[in-house]
Design a protein around this ligand. Structure first.
Ligand code: MLT
Length: 280
């Protein structure tokens, strides 16, 4: 269980799970999910202050439409103010949450001590990917959320026979399906438009000099390891971890490995190269 409370910010009410104390670690969920995808990270609250919101329109948060990833990043900044998080936080985002975290780093650098970018990428959609999102947005309007679950589930988790045979696999798939089906259609459609319209962040992220941990499942079929390898090559203070046996949901699929990597990163962040020092 991840209890939530409601916080007013940016003209809406956000459902937020908070636990622990100390350094704030903001966990930003992927599409079309909510804070519950971080169930395996509850244990991190023994070391840090975990803040896991539902982004605008998702889960228990209000406001069914978003105008773009930058607006979601502005929401996160406003939410941190509303939660009275005064110092910079660790921004950790998976996939869509990773796009949001990148925009927070660029638009609100004073809010970001370090980044954990998980199963995500810096590049914008290709025209084909954008067309597929438009198609899915139209279908979900006609047929409902099941169509999104059917489209996404086969690609969310690791596909190798070993991963498929793991105990608990069916329960994880069922939990993800339930989470997808519970997201409002209008939120899914707005998020698909935001994802398709997001800018390429490659140039912007070259100049983000905070310590960054990049994590990707070796079997990620949506944002494969090459995406994060490219990010590692251009980001001045980034270190990449490729996690065997995980797909696109590394924190959910391999929570012990993921949590240990985050704690190690917080203990010993990657140092500066080429004179690019981590910000205090
Ligand atoms: C996600 O997991 O958030 C989505 O797969 C992101 C995307 O489709 O680009």
């Amino acid at each position: 269980m991840m209890p939530v409370h409601h916080v007013a910010a940016a003209g809406t009410s956000f459902a937020v799970h908070t636990a622990g104390s100390g350094l704030p670690l903001v966990l930003l969920h992927g599409f079309p999910l909510d804070h519950r995808m971080w169930a395996g990270q509850v244990a991190l609250a023994e070391a840090v202050r975990v803040i896991a919101p539902d982004l605008r329109g998702f889960g228990g948060s209000g406001g069914s439409t978003t105008t773009g990833i930058a607006a979601l990043a502005d929401d996160v900044a406003a939410l941190l103010d509303a939660l009275r998080v005064t110092g910079p936080a660790v921004l950790c985002g998976l996939s869509m949450g990773g796009y949001v975290a990148q925009h927070v780093a660029v638009r609100h650098p004073e809010k970001v001590a370090s980044l954990v970018l998980v199963d995500t990428k810096l590049e914008a959609d290709t025209p084909e990917a954008r067309a597929a999102r438009d198609d899915l947005a139209a279908k979900v309007g006609r047929l409902g959320q099941e169509i999104v679950a059917d489209a996404m589930l086969p690609r969310l988790l690791a596909g190798s026979p070993a991963a498929r045979g793991l105990p608990g696999r069916a329960a994880t798939e069922a939990a993800l399906r339930r989470m997808i089906i519970e997201q409002p259609v209008a939120t899914i459609q707005a998020a698909l438009a935001a994802l398709g319209g997001r800018p390429d962040m490659t140039e912007a992220m070259r100049h983000v000099r905070v310590p960054t941990l990049l994590v990707v499942g070796a079997e990620d079929a949506i944002t494969p390891p090459e995406c994060l390898l490219r990010a590692e090559a251009i980001m001045p203070c980034a270190r990449l971890l490729v996690v065997p046996g995980a797909g696109h949901m590394t924190p959910l699929e391999t929570p012990e490995v993921f949590n240990a990597a985050v704690l190690e990163f917080l203990r010993a962040p990657p140092g500066a190269v080429d004179g690019a020092g981590p910000r205090a």
